[in-house]
Design a protein around this ligand. Sequence first.
Ligand code: G3P
Length: 216
Amino acid sequence: MKIFLDTASVSELKEGVALGVVDGVTTNPSLIAKEKRPFRPLVEEICAIVPGDVSLEVVATDFEGMVKEGAELAQIAPNVVVKCPLTKDGIRAVRFLTGKGIRVNQTLCFSATQALLSAKAGAYYISPFLGRLDDIAHVGMDLVRDICEIYRVQGFTTQVLAASIRNPLHVVDAAKAGAHVVTMPFAVLEQLMKHPLTDLGLKKFLDDWAKLGAKI
Ligand code: G3P
């Protein structure tokens, strides 16, 4: 399973990439807006920092606008994956852009039927937003499980990118469900590493070593 960071923060991306466990990044218009920087230089910097795929989202909502913006975004760097929303025009855009050799991450997926059509259209990634389903008292992880099963049974090659991840349990459950990618905020990545018994154990080792007074 690949780990992506769900951020447009250059400092978070640099730190995540230096850790050696970050395979890519997903952005969206809200994350880009948070950075308060001109769009082009920001995303060019992100594409240079991150070794793997960088999802950049269109903001047009009609087919013509989406494919025009998608083609422009794809020119920015070879690791760009164009993000299109899961609407009727968005599904058409997936088919069109995929036909031009541009990879698409279909975003804002909230149902298995949407995911099925997106795979039929040739999406490279499908992004079910599980946290936002949890927010309205639906079990978001059930959608991730359903999509993984449908794609496996039907032989679709679209990769399941579990998004809207809010906590470490989401990551564990998405991994168990067979998601190909989990994208998470930097804070969740940090939570994945932490365990109080690790901290306590390390303190005990170092205290005992200090008492010995030896050197390595
Ligand atoms: O990249 C989109 C997605 O991960 C958004 O997450 O927390 O805003 O629902 P969230």
